[in-house]
Design a protein around this ligand. Structure first.
Ligand SMILES: [Zn+2]
Length: 274
């Protein structure tokens, strides 16, 4: 078997006024599922793209000021929804997860890292450097809960951007450069900074569904890239680079326009999950 496959899971969700995520949305609260990608790579075995929520989220956000995080985005989660529990249902043990690709370090993406002690973490160094020494309010403002990061994180991390990027072919226009994660052409990573510094999106081809771009939180809902709709300005308060966010949202729009055959998957899009 020489093919890659991707399966999506939902590991909990939070609720939030729709209007924060997309400026012409409603003030009413909507669900934002936390999606996790399970990739089966023909030579590297099982790889996760993010982890969604996990029990650790509640431990890490129990004390002030970290508790502010859980107050602003109320989280709905049951034990059986952790990616660890859902994988166990399928007969996949935590130790079988050999890599976890971390799109960015927000709590709803890294809450399950502690459940996979054998995994190597793949991310951008720019993302890690930005959050690693943040604690207290500075951490919360950046959606980061320090208690979620395994103590041995650095020794298990593989920072793609320690190498120079490669030039991408016109199949990926307007994305010009990226990183071939395992140097085998199966997974290409690009920088989609804005929502978070050093946010990573990945391109891959699923054996059944075809080409897929997991764009993380480059936007919250699919309608945002289709219609080039920015979030409400209130969301800028927790956005480290609004200009880059806009650039990357426009880029995503153009990519969709040029390559309609690609399925674009924003992590929290209910349309995708349905
Ligand atoms: Zn995020």
């Amino acid at each position: 078997m020489n093919e890659l496959s991707l399966q999506l899971f939902q590991a909990g969700y939070c609720v939030h006024p729709e209007k924060i995520a997309i400026k012409d949305g409603r003030w009413g609260k909507v669900r934002f599922p936390a999606l996790v990608g399970l990739i089966r790579h023909p030579n590297k075995g099982y790889i996760l793209f993010d982890t969604g929520y996990a029990e650790h989220f509640f431990t890490a956000s129990s004390r002030f000021p970290y508790s502010l995080y859980a107050k602003v985005t109320p989280v709905y989660f049951e034990h059986k929804q952790s990616i660890k529990a859902q994988l166990a249902e399928k007969g996949i043990e935590p130790d079988e997860i050999r890599y976890i690709i971390i799109s960015h370090f927000h709590g709803d993406h890294i809450a399950g890292l502690l459940d996979f002690p054998k995994a190597t973490f793949i991310c951008f160094k720019t993302a890690y450097e930005f959050i690693k020494s943040k604690t207290g309010f500075a951490a919360v403002r950046n959606g980061y809960l320090p208690g979620l990061l395994p103590k041995d994180f650095e020794s298990r991390a593989l920072f793609l951007d320690e190498e120079l990027p490669i030039k991408l072919t016109k199949d990926y226009t307007p994305y010009m450069e990226g990183w071939d994660v395992f140097q085998d052409g199966f997974i290409l990573a690009v920088d989609v900074t804005g929502h978070a510094i050093g946010q990573m999106g990945i391109f891959l081809r699923d054996v059944q569904s075809g080409p897929i771009f997991l764009c993380a939180d480059a936007c919250w809902q699919s309608r945002a890239y289709r219609e080039k709709k920015m979030p409400h300005p209130l969301a800028y308060l927790i956005m480290p680079d609004v200009q880059k966010y806009r650039e990357n949202l426009w880029r995503l729009h153009e990519f969709h326009h040029l390559h309609p055959e690609w399925t674009i998957i924003p992590t929290h899009c209910t349309e995708i999950w349905r």
